[in-house]
Design a protein around this ligand. Structure first.
Ligand SMILES: CC(C)(COP(=O)(O)OP(=O)(O)OC[C@H]1O[C@@H](n2cnc3c(N)ncnc32)[C@H](O)[C@@H]1OP(=O)(O)O)[C@@H](O)C(=O)NCCC(=O)NCCS
Length: 202
């Protein structure tokens, strides 16, 4: 059974005593997370869990499945794979790799890695977007998704990675800084009222 199955999110506090009174041998969850969580392309069998995540994040105005149009899931899976090869990219968009984050057999989040920056992305979208299902937040999942996304970005030739977040998104700013982000600037967003923080990660 995968290491995280049945463990999170029920039991998270390092040092919680075991039934026999001894110290709980809980791992540093961040380092265990690094071996347990993996980013991968969406698959046919992800339909139910990915759509559930999409609905959950829609409630907080965040698009989980980028480019999802409600059509057949198999076509969406194909489109994601094509877009990461630069095929079928919509006008004004750039090639991007869309990945689901799987932990203990469950879809817990997602990442989108843009292969280059257009004007909008350079100003406020950045190279990488991360989303974590609400029930999985605050446990290092977002940080690990971003860490692995940086490897994906490197693999497509991006040397300096731009990652952005709303100025008032405390968790996202902390996640980006945890992954080495250096604040470059805070700009007014064209898309909404909140200013946007722009971080570079070398
Ligand atoms: C931003 C987001 C991805 C963070 O995911 P997460 O799994 O909660 O992140 P982590 O558990 O790795 O936490 C990252 C940091 O945020 C901090 N944090 C998490 N939740 C927090 C909260 N509610 N308030 C303040 N800080 C918080 C953590 O303590 C951690 O900081 P640390 O490393 O200094 O301890 C998640 O909140 C999310 O999906 N939000 C909606 C989508 C979004 O805003 N995406 C960001 C745009 S790229």
């Amino acid at each position: 059974m995968p290491v995280w199955a049945g463990v999170l999110p029920m039991r998270l506090v390092p040092g919680e005593p075991e039934a026999d009174g001894g110290p709980a041998p809980l791992p540093s969850y961040l380092s265990t997370m690094a071996t347990a969580l993996r980013l991968r392309a969406p698959r046919l069998e992800d339909e139910a869990s990915a759509l559930r995540a999409h609905a959950e994040l829609a409630e907080v105005d965040f698009t989980f499945l980028l480019g999802w149009d409600g059509g057949p899931w198999s076509e969406y899976v194909d489109r994601c794979r094509a877009r990461s090869r630069g095929v079928g990219v919509d006008p004004g968009m750039v090639a991007s790799t869309f990945l689901l984050a799987e932990l203990g057999g469950e879809v817990v989040g997602r990442a989108s890695v843009r292969h280059e920056l257009n004007e909008t992305l350079r100003r406020e979208g950045g190279h990488i977007g991360v989303g974590v299902r609400p029930v999985w937040r605050g446990r290092g999942v977002g940080t690990e998704i971003l860490r692995q996304s940086l490897l994906v970005a490197r693999s497509v030739g991006i040397e300096r990675v731009l990652v952005t977040c709303d100025d008032d998104n405390v968790a996202s700013a902390a996640m980006i800084e945890r992954c080495g982000g250096i604040l470059d600037s805070v700009v007014q967003s064209a898309a909404g009222p909140a200013p946007v923080r722009r971080y570079w990660i070398d």
